[in-house]
Ligand binder design. Sequence first.
Ligand code: MG
Length: 374
Amino acid sequence: MGQDITVTGMTVHKVRLAVRSERRQGTGAIKDAMTNVYLRLATDAGIVGWGEAASAAAFPGTTEADMAALHVHLRPLLIGADPFRIEALMAKAERTVVHVPQAKAAMEAALFDIVGKALRTPVCNLLGGRVRERIPLSFSIANPDLAADVEMAKRVWADGVRIFKVKTGFAGHGEDLKRLETLRRALPDAADLRVDYNQALACFDAIAKLRDVERFRPTFIEQPVALDRIDAMAEITRALDTPIMADESVFTPAQALAVASARAADAISIKTMKGGMMRARRVAAIAEAAGIPCYGGDMAESGLGHLAGVHAVAATPNISLGCEFYQATYYLKEDLLERPFPVEDGQVVVPTTPGLGIDVDEDKLARATVERLG
Ligand code: MG
């Protein structure tokens, strides 16, 4: 290609991203801020690449682990590396530090950002090109103050958003039913309601509880039980009319194969935070072979993390159930991108500018940074 670029520097930022409201879900909660990791890679060509790791202590892993993975363990792989050799670098990262898929996703995004900018093309073009220009956006209902969330949902509906994912399982079954009823009443009939338990139910009475939830006509019910209970997920999938989605149960292609083989879900939530865009596409390919559609989930990311997800969804036909890249627009007090994350009429607009498509605003990053390494 005649591209001769070397990674020459990296900084790792722990950023505090203030949020507009508390949120709870089956596993984990956000009180007044998310604490994520931003990675900045510099090159000898003057090109800068960006990536984000969305960390959470309760799930999937701590900010401190992501900081250390990048700063201590992955730095030696990256400094001096050819950013075009993404597959080789990701394989090395896998052998260098166990787990921390979000840190590896940040590394992969920053490398793709560099390559896209070097070739003056958006990242989705490096993944096969766009199969969709716009992606329907889902907004998550997770505020323990339901009245506030109903108001927010109405506002978001007025913007054109038609998909709402209700987080359940944090306040008891009766409360879940009450919240679903309130939302069904408050929103027009055409609202596409989805339910996400984030592993909160016990296997013992999950089917009985989910049968109650089915009367609110959810499009799917996500991860009702613990991530490793593939047997129970399969049983629930067989028992219910409503499609069941696996999220926490599927991080890796091998887990996707296990879920597909056991018919333990009707759909899979893909997240770039589970190890990057290329891994997301491997999971989507396995799911496609099993006739299982996928959804563009996210892991409490800001706009930078969303962008990697957008390119992965844009280029992958089987990620067909919309996306939940809503935090930058509707949840953070301030996002850190130079331009607003692109949402129009309730849909994410796939960027056509080089790399991830929008750079980080370094002044905003400096203000949000609580710790910087490198
Ligand atoms: Mg989920």
